[in-house]
Design a protein around this ligand. Structure first.
Ligand code: ADP
Ligand code: MG
Length: 263
């Protein structure tokens, strides 16, 4: 069995800290080494793009960071908490309250309004009534969808659907937003629009980690980490963690950026 985790710095600003994390899958006789010893620290307020070829381990890494999977070896702290010490129920709470997920395929519930989709994580968190509705409307306004709250996914463009998915990810006010190829199904205009939203939510103080294999998308990040064959082969800071993101979304009034109520 693995030894007790090494001590962490007492005043770490790290939201994510991975030390020598490996992940292996057995596939019949063969073992697949998806991660071969990844050490990575992500500080609060960063906007990180994880890049790498298909099969390099990006999704595996994201699933571990998102507490959807556990390392084979190594250590992982989320917000200073050693995730291995949490039981299933605590893990579910962490996923619901501290992390917002955005997926390539939007994963909105069909035939259900944008508002109801965005209310869902709040429903799981036990938030009810007008507060739930108002917070969902605020999140939709923050992503520029104040006028689409009653639309169902099939009535929205891909970019609008992904913005609704970002609203759903931030409505619980998580410290960390994780996105696995969030622009993979979008044309370049919609992709820029969605990345502008990620920049905006980062500028409001949220830590964002996203996977992409497009340079245009990585251009929005403050830091770019490259994986190859399950290892970090490059880690490049573009702009300071506590500075503004390198690119921003369309200009919007401070009230709407703050997630204020739509009129
Ligand atoms: P990426 O997201 O960069 O394309 P993945 O993390 O999905 O890469 O996969 C990394 C490697 O691990 C690949 O070789 C993939 O086939 C393998 N892999 C991922 N998930 C599983 C699994 N559940 N079972 C077996 N092999 C897997
Ligand atoms: Mg992947």
């Amino acid at each position: 069995m693995s030894a007790a985790p090494p001590a962490r710095p007492a005043f770490s600003r790290a939201v994510i800290e991975l030390r020598r994390v490996t992940k292996s899958y057995s596939r019949g006789e063969a073992e697949v080494h998806a991660l071969r010893g990844v050490s990575l620290v992500v500080e609060r307020g960063d906007l990180v793009a994880i890049m790498g070829a298909s099969g390099s381990g990006k999704s595996t890494l994201m699933n571990i960071i998102g507490c959807l999977d556990v390392p084979t070896r190594g250590h992982f702290w989320l917000d200073g908490v050693d995730v291995r010490t949490l039981d299933e129920e605590s893990l579910a709470t962490v996923r619901n309250r501290r992390i917002g997920f955005v997926f390539q395929s939007f994963n909105l519930i069909p035939r259900t309004t944008a508002l109801a989709n965005v209310e869902l994580p709040l429903a799981y968190a036990g938030v009810r009534g007008p507060e739930r509705r108002d917070r969902a409307l605020g999140a939709l306004a923050a992503v520029g969808l104040a006028d689409r709250t009653r639309h169902v996914p099939s009535e929205m463009s891909g970019g609008q659907q992904q913005r609704a998915a970002v609203a759903r990810a931030i409505v619980t006010n998580p410290a960390l937003v994780l996105a696995d190829e969030p622009t993979g199904n979008l044309d370049s205009a919609s992709s820029d629009e969605v990345m502008g939203i990620f920049s905006d939510i980062n500028a409001q103080g949220r830590t964002v980690v996203l996977i992409t294999h497009e340079d245009d998308v990585a251009a929005f990040a403050k830091r770019v980490v490259r994986l190859r064959d399950g290892r970090v082969v490059d880690d490049h800071r573009v702009t300071p963690v506590d500075g503004p993101p390198p690119r921003r979304g369309r200009d919007r009034s401070p009230a709407s950026v703050a997630g204020g109520m739509p009129s």
